[in-house]
Design a protein around this ligand. Sequence first.
Ligand code: PMV
Length: 308
Amino acid sequence: MIQASAPAKIILVGEHAVVYGQPAIAVPVSALRATVTVESTADACHIIAHDLDKRRITLGDTDDPLAILMRHVIAEIGISPPKLALHLRSDIPIASGLGSGAATSTAVARALCRYANYDMPVERLNALVYEAEKSYHGTPSGIDNTVIVYETPIYFVRDKPIERITNREPLLLLIADTGQPSLTKKAVGDVRHLVEEQRETIYPIVEKIGGITQSAREAMQQADLSRLGTLMLDNHRHLQTLTVSSPMLDSLVDTAIAHGALGAKLSGGGRGGNMITIVTADTQSAVTNALRRAGASHVFSTVVESTP
Ligand code: PMV
C-alpha cells in the first residue's frame, strides 16, 4: 500500500508580522496528520476527500488548490497523468490555524512522488506546496508549508533560508479551539489595510512582534520557559492592536493565565481558530479544564521536543 502523510503546525510567535519580513517561530504538531492512500483505478487522477463528504477533486478543477498542486507535481515528475484515486483523510481541523491546507497539499504531493518512485528534493516540494498555498491565502508568507514540509521547529523569515531552532527544554503546549472558523486571507488583508492606512502607529507594532520572536528564540535556547510565556502574552497584546483577536480568544487567553499557564496567545490568522498556551505538568489539567469551561470546543496537548 502506498501512503504518505504530513503533520499539522502551530505558530508559537510572530504571525502576521512575518508577512512583512519579520521572523516567526512555528512548530509541527505531529500527532495531528493529513494522510493520503493511493489506489489504482480506471479513472483519471483524482482525490477523494473523505472528511469533506467524500468530495471529489479532479485534475481539471481549475481553481482548486489541490488540483493545482496535483498538476504541478505531475509536471515536475514528468509523467503523464496516472489513473489513481488518492484517498485523503485528515485529523486537522480546517480554517483554524493548524495548517490544514499545507498539510493536505504536502501529503498529496508526497503520495504522488511515492507512487512514481520519484525522490523530489525537499526544497522543491516546499516550493510546490507554497504555490498551492497561494490559492488558499493570497499572499502567504510561506511559514505554514515550510514547517510542515520540514516537520521541525523553525525560525522563519520570508524569502530567507530556513533556520532550525535549538530548544533546550521540551515545551508542553495546549491548543484550544474557539470553535469559530476564520479565514486567514481576510485577517491578513485587514492587517494590510491597517498598515497602509496607519503606517506610523501600526508598523512599529509589526517590528515589536519581530523583536518578541527574536527574544523567544533566545528563551528557547536558554530553557527559560517563564520568559517565553511572558513573550507570548506580549505578542497577544500586539495582535489585539492589529485587530486579529476576538472576544473568545481574549477570554481563553485570560482564563489560561488565571489558572497558572506561563503564557498564552492566539495562534495563526486569528479572529477565531485556535489559541495556544504554555503550561507545566503541574498546571496542565487545571488549565485544560478551565479552557473547556470557558467554551473551548476542543483542547489538546502537544509537546515540542527538545532539539540539539
Ligand atoms: O492561520 P494560519 O495558521 O494559516 O497562519 C497564518 C499566519 C499568518 O502570518 C497570519 C499569515 C502568513 O501567511 O504567514
